[in-house]
Design a protein around this ligand. Sequence first.
Ligand SMILES: NC(=O)c1ccc[n+]([C@@H]2O[C@H](COP(=O)([O-])OP(=O)(O)OC[C@H]3O[C@@H](n4cnc5c(N)ncnc54)[C@H](O)[C@@H]3O)[C@@H](O)[C@H]2O)c1
Length: 251
Amino acid sequence: MATGRTHRPATRSRGIPEATVARLPLYLRALTALSERSVPTVSSEELAAAAGVNSAKLRKDFSYLGSYGTRGVGYDVEYLVYQISRELGLTQDWPVVIVGIGNLGAALANYGGFASRGFRVAALIDADPAMAGKPVAGIPVQHTDELEKIIDDNGVSIGVIATPAGAAQQVCERLVAAGVTSILNFAPTVLSVPDGVDVRKVDLSIELQILAFHEQRKAGEEAANEAAAVPLAPKESGKGPDGDVPAVMPA
Ligand SMILES: NC(=O)c1ccc[n+]([C@@H]2O[C@H](COP(=O)([O-])OP(=O)(O)OC[C@H]3O[C@@H](n4cnc5c(N)ncnc54)[C@H](O)[C@@H]3O)[C@@H](O)[C@H]2O)c1
């Protein structure tokens, strides 16, 4: 679901293209589901279907990991989970802070899926003094005055911004100055960051707009198909039976 861009070249230093990196979490999610069902091996076609990716692309992606599978057997599920987790840096625990503990920040804090994927919510930070000390998802919210100390004490390199758009750039700058080098931005604004800082932006309304575009196109295609099914008017006039209205309207 995440859309975004990272301020990095299209190919990482170890030679894995950014597009492959972006698909690794999809493979990992599909593989984790197989692993939970104790499935030992999987073919590239099965895994590609489960991840929603073309199988030739999957084989190419896995070749970057040095994983080629065994002909007739497929890929070892557990080993691939390990390899992809290692490649994504998930074999280590990543402390993250969430800044802005309103509706969205609280929902993110309550999401149990981070911990199982190697992300530990180390702290929740908000500018509202009335929130300081109040537990959200069992973690007491801390005031933004403490931001730099929290980042330093917890060795945080990943920050999540869930503040209003108007506060996001300033929060981003404080996070970066304190040592954060990766930011997941939920605020509807474009952040400017120095080189070496990765920003990924999540915007559900953009995703919905893209779906709306496809819906509109599908509706247009349907209308065109329906129009094409209408019997054509006599050739010579190019008009409908009543002489004035074209039998086939432009789509
Ligand atoms: N990306 C998405 O798909 C998506 C979806 C929903 C909301 N949003 C965005 O997420 C943000 C939060 O939405 P919400 O509904 O949780 O809003 P909210 O008003 O409920 O919460 C915002 C919180 O940020 C805090 N805050 C304000 N300024 C701050 C600062 N300088 N430092 C730290 N904390 C600060 C406020 O005290 C408040 O608790 C908004 O920018 C909203 O547009 C994005």
